[in-house]
Design a protein around this ligand. Structure first.
Ligand SMILES: Cc1cc2nc3c(=O)[nH]c(=O)nc-3n(C[C@H](O)[C@H](O)[C@H](O)COP(=O)(O)OP(=O)(O)OC[C@H]3O[C@@H](n4cnc5c(N)ncnc54)[C@H](O)[C@@H]3O)c2cc1C
Length: 401
């Protein structure tokens, strides 16, 4: 057994041992507050078991291992339905950015430990009503205020802001220069006066995304994590941190085996659906596609093991897997007939077809909308010409809005 296989096996053994306490079955029927509290306890247990901050430096309480062990652990962890989603963004992007760009090392050590053990949560305040795919089009202003700054404006779609203590934020500091050049990056305390967090209810029934309003919110200059006007570079660095995360060829939805059992259980034209040619062909197509995506992931892992950078072909994974999860979930609901209609707000995306289907559209937008991934594939894999960018080089305040 390779070292990595042994690491995954040990991780799986530990995860299996704690699954009855923190896993999917233990969470059923919990209120969001209780589920979050369980998540905080799971993070503490995970940290104490030596699986917190796997690829982070020991200086900050991490395990000092490589990104490969981190991905291997997360691949195992994903199988158990633990309440980790509240902390995914916090540990995925804002906290690593803090480690990389914040000069106050004692502050960073304290915040990293509190985030790793689930005591505190960080969110990522990038998107706005008119800035998502086009992040550099953001409008929230940061203006000089004595020896610090004052924030005014709105963010939108901020995941878990309602549970967060802090956030990383990109603001416009100079509207008179081209859009990418007038941005600056900060961290902000979400309990500051003038911050108003308002949850937005999604189609799937949950409200994990928020509108966040900033009304004369004062921050100190030592909360700045980029040079003034250099925020876009740190924003790109933030998005690159999570480029090689644990992927799931089922698009973070139910495993194909769930569909096969369903097709065995339900009838089409007086016989089990699994005997129907169209159902068999959907299973075969999904099986082939998922294996293809797994092969891309396996190749990326091998490249990382060999010290190389995987290429942009990872963009295929989310694009193809979430789209086909949506289609397969729709087919499953059709097969279930009226049994597919009831909606259980506590059901898990990985095991319930209606929940999977209802939540698939958000998966096709968050972390890069389908069309943006298609642009990446067109430009970076197929070598097609760049997307039309009419505002390139134009001062931000001269772009028609
Ligand atoms: C569940 C969820 C959680 C999120 N969490 C966070 C978070 O924690 N923090 C945060 O900052 N943001 C978050 N977001 C926001 C997310 O990053 C944006 O929604 C996403 O970048 C798309 O931006 P938009 O919503 O403004 O849509 P737009 O960018 O306006 O896109 C609208 C449509 O136009 C298409 N489009 C846009 N530009 C092009 C182009 N150049 N070529 C072709 N088609 C194009 C898009 O693909 C899309 O179909 C979250 C979103 C969701 C759904």
């Amino acid at each position: 057994m390779s070292d990595l296989a042994a690491y995954s096996a040990a991780a799986n053994a530990w995860l299996t041992s704690v699954a009855p306490i923190y896993g999917g079955a233990a969470r059923k029927g919990l209120s969001e507050a209780d589920d979050l509290a369980l998540g905080r306890r799971y993070l503490k247990a995970r940290y104490e078991a030596g699986y917190g901050g796997i690829s982070w430096s020991k200086e900050f309480g991490g395990q000092g291992l490589s990104h490969i062990e981190k991905v291997a652990f997360e691949t195992e962890e994903m199988k158990f339905g633990f309440p980790t989603h509240y902390f995914g963004i916090s540990l995925g992007m804002p906290v690593p950015v803090l480690m990389k760009f914040c000069q106050d090392r004692d502050f960073v050590r304290d915040k990293v430990l509190k985030a790793l053990t689930g005591e505190e949560i960080w969110c990522q305040l990038f998107s706005e009503p008119a800035a998502g795919s086009d992040l550099a089009g953001l409008r929230l202003r940061a203006e000089v205020d004595g020896n610090g700054w004052k924030l005014n404006g709105q963010k939108l779609w901020t995941s878990y802001a309602q549970h967060s203590d802090y956030g990383v934020i990109v603001a416009r500091t100079d509207p008179a220069v081209p859009k990418h050049k007038g941005l600056t990056y900060y961290w902000v305390d979400l309990h500051s006066p003038g911050v108003d967090v308002r949850p937005v209810r999604l189609a799937g029934g949950d409200s994990h995304v928020n509108e966040v309003f900033f009304d004369d919110v004062r921050i100190e200059d030592n909360q700045r994590l980029s040079p003034v006007g250099g925020g876009f570079g740190v924003a790109m660095a933030t998005l690159m941190i999570e480029r090689y995360v644990a992927t799931d060829s089922s698009g973070f939805g139910p495993h194909l085996d769930h569909f096969i059992s369903l097709a065995r259980d339900v009838q089409v034209n007086g016989q089990p659906a699994i005997r129907d040619g169209r159902i068999r062909s959907a299973i075969a197509r999904n099986y082939a596609m998922r294996n293809g995506l797994d092969a891309i992931t396996a190749r990326a892992m091998l490249m990382m093991q060999a010290g190389m950078e995987p290429g942009p072909e990872g963009s295929l994974n989310k694009l193809v897997s979430v789209r086909s999860r949506q289609k397969l979930s729709e087919l499953a609901i059709d097969l279930m007939g009226t049994d597919g209609v009831p909606f259980d707000p506590h059901a898990l995306v990985k095991s319930d077809w209606s929940t999977s289907w209802l939540n698939a559209p958000t998966g096709r937008i968050a972390g890069g909308a389908d069309e943006m991934l298609l642009n990446t594939i067109a430009e970076r894999i197929l070598g097609l010409p760049q997307d039309h960018r009419p505002d390139k080089g134009v001062p931000f305040n001269e772009i028609p809005a």
